[in-house]
Design a protein around this ligand. Structure first.
Ligand code: 13P
Length: 234
């Protein structure tokens, strides 16, 4: 059983979400399916698909115009929230320390954080991939947690680019994350791979050791693209 999570980013509409949820309800799968949608759609209910947000504030409440708190997201019935996504790091300047504060907010409000780590192209070319991944895991996860979290390895240079690392590179990254999590007392934490996952590479990626599922961007927007990813694995 795998975790197949979609990240809609700033795309889609309520009618498109209703349609994909109806299509996904027809398929026979044991996999956990999550859709992380824009805030305006978080109220959407489904028996089979879990709903998540794509970011939250690191603050509890107050004068933070435009921000949404973990408590607000939880009050919609959403169960998950992506934290530290590459685009939030790039466009909003989120650091590992911000990510850790957001993860704390998520956990305090009963949300399962999907914490993203991964290297930029510059970091990859400088030979820093493994160091960035390990420090991401160590610095983004709050200490003393006793509830579930999910980690997503998203090589930032590969997102939306139609590029993927080699299977050996994905295996190295995921093995390092699993080893680091074990060292932190968090063995068994699911580790997702994300960046340019499609129907034609999903099964191969999810056959790699320590890949417990995928975080899918563009290919999660339409049933025709997302269903083949979900049904590619048992
Ligand atoms: P793509 O699948 O479009 O490359 O996006 C990946 C991603 O950013 C998921 O969070």
């Amino acid at each position: 059983m795998k975790i197949i999570a979609g990240n809609w980013k700033m795309n889609g509409s309520q009618s498109a979400l209703d349609k994909i949820i109806s299509d996904l309800s027809e398929i026979d799968t044991q996999n956990t399916v999550i859709l992380c949608v824009p805030y305006t759609m978080l109220n959407t209910k489904s028996d089979k698909i879990a709903i998540g947000a794509q970011d939250i504030s690191k603050h509890t409440s107050g004068a933070y115009t435009g921000e949404i708190s973990a408590q607000m997201v939880a009050s919609t019935g959403a169960k998950y929230v992506i934290i530290g996504h590459s685009e939030c790091r790039q466009y909003h300047g989120d650091t590992n320390s911000d990510v850790r504060e957001k993860a704390t907010q998520a956990l305090n409000n009963g949300l399962i954080p999907i914490i993203c780590v991964g290297e930029t192209m510059d970091e990859k070319q400088a030979g820093k991939t493994m160091a960035v991944i390990e420090s991401g895991v160590r610095e983004c996860i709050p200490s003393d947690i006793n509830t579930k979290i999910i980690i997503a390895y998203e090589p930032r240079w590969a997102i939306g680019a139609g590029l993927t690392p080699t299977s050996a590179e994905i295996a190295d990254a995921h093995n390092l994350i699993a080893k680091t999590l074990a060292d932190m007392g968090l063995s068994g934490t699911p580790i997702l791979y994300g960046a340019s996952v499609k129907g034609n590479n999903a099964a191969e990626i999810m056959s790699i050791s320590n890949v417990d599922g995928v975080l899918v961007g563009g290919a999660s927007l339409k049933s025709d693209d997302f269903i083949p990813i979900i049904t590619s694995v048992k």
